[in-house]
Design a protein around this ligand. Structure first.
Ligand SMILES: [Zn+2]
Length: 259
């Protein structure tokens, strides 16, 4: 049941015929796990909190540095040295005090990630390193949860939805696309430039896909696609993803047992 205050707050969203009051109630009853509170996590969580997601779980072990501020738009100059999850929680609550926010101030073990994923309706991979991305993919696949993944570096971004809640997984998983824990390229990424609005665009795509998936009976996008964004020529390209039969996570020879 929506309160009068909630009805007024979300009226421009509720009057979208694909959402309606029923969709808004579904958002209110939803839990989203956001792993990583950098540029992607800031952008996605600002929109998800504003949209009325009932519960957000924010995961990050970092403190805010001055070099984060050009792209991690939830943080203020005065937040330097503060924990990212603390500052982000404060900002999201200021926008929408009615949402419930829980914080995890550390890198999760596999067991804790299993538990948090089990309690969430959707998982957003907003992290900045390949080993964590592979771990999130493994856990979401095992628990049949929808994983919304994005990354951005330089002027480029990529976005994919892995809907492990569907029986058909013709599009495979994150490991089918990137079958490695590439530490070397990760080190290069840390030193590389990145354009703030490109990160914001990708984070907003994550929020948009999550809102659709959580609130609507029908999803209008194809979740078996890899979307690439080029911030220099302002173009998106989309490619169909395919399951790799020998994938260690989702392939036919995988030892994984889905929950
Ligand atoms: Zn796979």
């Amino acid at each position: 049941m929506l309160s009068d205050n909630q009805f007024v707050r979300f009226q421009r969203q509720i009057c979208l015929e694909e959402i309606g009051e029923g969709g808004q109630k579904k958002l209110k009853d939803s839990t989203v796990l956001i792993i990583g509170c950098g540029g992607l996590g800031c952008a996605a969580s600002l929109y998800l909190a504003s949209a009325g997601i009932g519960k957000l779980v924010l995961v990050d072990d970092d403190l805010i540095e001055i070099s984060n501020l050009h792209r991690q738009i939830a943080y203020l100059d005065s937040d330097q040295g503060v924990s990212k999850v603390d500052a982000l929680s404060k900002r999201l609550s200021a926008i929408n005090p009615q949402i419930d926010i829980r914080l995890v101030k550390k890198r999760m073990s596999e067991e804790q990630m299993q538990l948090e994923t089990m309690m969430a309706d959707i998982v957003l991979d907003c992290c900045d390193n390949m080993p964590s991305r592979q771990q999130i993919n493994r856990v979401c696949h095992k628990q049949n949860k929808t994983l919304i993944s994005a990354s951005a570096i330089g002027w480029q971004g990529q976005f994919s939805v892995f809907d492990f809640s569907e029986i058909s997984t013709v599009g495979g998983c994150f490991h089918c696309l990137f079958p490695f824990d590439n530490i070397e390229s990760e080190k290069r990424c840390v030193d590389s430039g990145v354009m703030g609005p490109v990160v914001g665009i990708l984070g907003n795509y994550q929020a948009l896909a999550a809102i659709q998936k959580l609130s609507m009976n029908k999803v209008y996008f194809d979740s078996n696609q890899l979307h690439l964004f080029d911030g220099l020529n302002l173009r998106w390209q989309s490619f169909s993803r395919s399951k790799v039969n020998h994938c260690l996570v989702c392939g036919v020879t995988s030892n994984e047992v889905r929950g």
